[in-house]
Design a protein around this ligand. Structure first.
Ligand SMILES: Cc1cc2nc3c(=O)[nH]c(=O)nc-3n(C[C@H](O)[C@H](O)[C@H](O)COP(=O)(O)OP(=O)(O)OC[C@H]3O[C@@H](n4cnc5c(N)ncnc54)[C@H](O)[C@@H]3O)c2cc1C
Ligand SMILES: *[C@@H]1O[C@H](CO)[C@@H](O)[C@H](O)[C@H]1NC(C)=O
Ligand SMILES: *[C@@H]1O[C@H](CO)[C@@H](O)[C@H](O)[C@H]1NC(C)=O
Ligand SMILES: *[C@@H]1O[C@H](CO)[C@@H](O)[C@H](O)[C@H]1NC(C)=O
Ligand SMILES: *[C@@H]1O[C@H](CO)[C@@H](O)[C@H](O)[C@H]1NC(C)=O
Ligand SMILES: *[C@@H]1O[C@H](CO)[C@@H](O)[C@H](O)[C@H]1NC(C)=O
Length: 529
């Protein structure tokens, strides 16, 4: 076989060598390794929103020779539901462990693609009124809603300032710094203000302001809610939120359930990559050889080395993977024999007297369901994940007693996922940390040769959101199709891109060595080193 350097020199030669025929069906001519692997043009790794969008984009570009590998028995990934409790007829409710809201639905010029899918497949959802909120502390209801208005006022100022920092290429800060400079400085023992801040920041980002990028945290919120509109809709579909992913997949895998291009219950253990292509190994000892692979595994899966890469991913890619944060957002579902909370309100915010983020937000699920959902993130999420459901239930009942100052019946059902321990997710969604440039993010997103990456975390504007996963899957699929067909793709009106994605190495800092001088308070001057 010809050396790798020669392959990479000519794309069209390479395609011929790989057996890509006119019409773009991929026919194996010479196996790339000694093993007898299944041959395909594109291997899509993961069947969440990004993987399914990639499959659809390839299909739309007439690349139909691909195989999607998914470890679980169903599509959807982090859009994951379960049966829970019982309704009046004795049937279980369906609750979402993962994504639950449609966020930013769309305006005249920009439709959120997830909203478009929701409409197409008649997904049940209701307007989620974040203003329908009562506030509590350890003594019962305590009206500190004026703090919500204060935060909102400061947030406006902070968002404008973050925009200025971005546009003038100034240094990013933590969201904590940005909020403080804009006038939001809650004291550590002002637990009402801490609760209000948690509800506004941590509840969305699954990370506190200290570890969040000010610029990209603000820009992310802006781009979703200013572009697509402010509304959040809560999905309560008995088929589960993932039905829109299943149905989108059905337009591609029309031969289900026996589609040879869709392999569920197939766990990827190792990925070999070279300039010739990619070989994917599965737990069953199978292998799939592809000209390209699109890896949509979560940032958590990549960070936990749950899949091994041969050769190891390049340093710039590994650095980016370790740089971004994988947050954890845990919803705990409790069904009670009756409803003891006010039925005129959707959300109940609790300020623990001692611990920020301790069972801070309760949400009433469907009316008459007698179900409450309480959410914790990060340290509190890891804590409840480590303890038993009984321990967690006991803690929550104590909080509810304080909040509602009444006897609280024992719940008839309690459940919650343990996201940080799920081997196919290792966390819930990513967050952009402080001191992290767009170039570093591009390194997370860029292809490493024939291995492409897509998913929620690779979206610069919409990380953490389902529509981020959709856009990234779509782009990776369209991009790989264009490479296979030796053409450019248009990203939007009048903007084309050709060839691979850009990555950056090295990423230089901003301080030249000369600045390390005694004048700047440094004990040595650069010439002494
Ligand atoms: C608790 C929670 C709440 C959320 N709330 C919202 C919300 O309200 N609104 C919103 O817009 N977004 C929300 N999100 C984010 C949204 O769910 C994600 O952005 C999106 O689902 C990610 O899609 P993806 O395709 O990038 O990744 P995934 O869905 O993780 O898809 C990757 C797939 O790869 C599979 N996989 C992993 N490892 C392997 C392996 N070794 N072999 C084979 N397959 C493997 C996984 O099983 C998975 O199906 C939430 C997420 C969570 C967890
Ligand atoms: C594929 O094409 C269909 C029909 O035009 C479109 O609705 C869908 O959004 C496309 N999918 C992707 C991922 O671009
Ligand atoms: C949301 O709730 C607030 C507070 O109860 C209420 O004033 C407002 O009208 C509600 N909005 C909608 C659209 O229902
Ligand atoms: C809790 O709320 C009550 C009533 O509003 C108030 O008097 C009390 O100081 C609050 N507790 C804390 C710790 O702020
Ligand atoms: C957020 O939106 C506001 C209002 O449109 C704008 O002034 C600001 O620059 C934006 N900030 C960022 C970080 O995008
Ligand atoms: C990074 O710094 C090195 C050494 O000063 C320089 O040669 C290189 O061009 C810089 N790279 C970029 C991308 O600025």
């Amino acid at each position: 076989m010809v050396g790798a350097e020669m392959y990479s020199s000519s794309l069209s030669f390479l395609l011929v060598a790989l057996g890509v025929q006119p019409g773009w069906g991929y026919v194996a001519q010479t196996p790339l390794t000694g093993e007898m692997c299944t041959q395909t043009t594109v291997a899509i790794l993961g069947g969440g929103m990004a993987g399914v969008a990639a499959a659809q984009a390839l299909n739309n570009a007439s690349v139909t020779d691909f195989i999607l590998l998914e470890t679980r028995e169903a599509l959807g990934g982090r859009v994951w539901h379960t049966d829970f409790g019982v309704d009046k007829e004795g049937n279980p409710y369906v609750v979402e462990f993962g994504a639950n809201w449609l966020q930013g639905l769309g305006s005249i010029d920009a439709i959120n693609p997830v909203w478009a899918l929701a409409q197409k497949y008649h997904l049940h959802n209701t307007y989620s009124n974040y203003s329908s909120l009562r506030t509590y502390n350890e003594t019962g209801e305590s009206d500190y809603r004026h703090l919500l208005d204060e935060y909102a006022r400061v947030y406006e100022i902070a968002a404008r300032e973050a925009g200025r920092i971005l546009m003038q290429n100034l240094q990013d800060q933590t969201a904590r710094t940005g909020l403080a400079l804009a006038g939001w400085r809650p004291r550590k023992n002002d637990m009402a203000a801490q609760a209000v801040e948690w509800w506004n920041w941590d509840w969305e980002d699954a990370s506190p302001p200290e570890t969040s990028s000010f610029v990209f945290g603000m820009a992310g919120e802006n781009l979703t809610f200013n572009q697509f509109g402010k509304a959040n809709h809560f999905v309560t579909d008995p088929r589960g939120y993932s039905t829109i992913i299943e149905q989108a997949a059905a337009t591609v895998f029309t031969d289900r359930p026996a589609s040879p291009r869709l392999r569920l219950n197939t766990h990827v253990t190792a990925i070999d990559h070279s300039p010739n292509g990619v070989t994917v190994h599965t737990r069953d000892g199978d292998c799939i050889e592809a000209a390209y692979a699109i890896c949509t595994f979560s940032l958590g899966v990549l960070q936990n080395h749950a899949v091994s890469f041969h050769p190891p991913l390049p340093k710039w890619k590994r650095t980016a993977i370790e740089k971004f944060n994988m947050g954890t957002y845990t919803k705990i579902f409790l069904q009670f024999p009756y409803t003891f909370w006010p039925t005129d309100t959707q959300f109940f915010l609790y300020a623990s007297p001692t611990t920020r983020g301790y069972y801070p937000i309760f949400q009433a699920f469907l009316p008459d369901s007698n179900i409450l959902v309480v959410t914790v993130v990060e340290e509190q999420a890891y804590r409840v994940e480590r303890q038993t459901t009984e321990q967690t239930t006991a803690e929550i009942l104590d909080v509810l007693r304080e909040m509602f100052q009444t006897e609280i019946p024992h719940p008839t059902a309690v459940t919650y996922p343990r996201w940080s321990q799920e081997p196919w997710a290792y966390g819930s969604y990513s967050n952009w940390p402080v001191g992290t440039t767009l170039e570093m993010h591009q390194n997370l997103r860029a292809n490493a040769g024939r291995l492409w990456f897509a998913g929620e975390a690779t979206s610069a504007p919409y990380f953490g959101f389902l529509h981020g996963a959709w856009f990234e899957g779509q782009e990776a699929g369209a991009h790989v199709a264009a490479l296979l067909q030796d053409r450019c793709i248009s990203l939007r009106e009048g903007e084309e891109t050709c060839g691979e994605r850009t990555h950056y190495e090295p990423l230089n800092g901003t301080t030249p060595l000369e600045a390390y001088s005694t004048v700047n308070g440094w004990p040595l001057s650069s010439t002494d080193w």
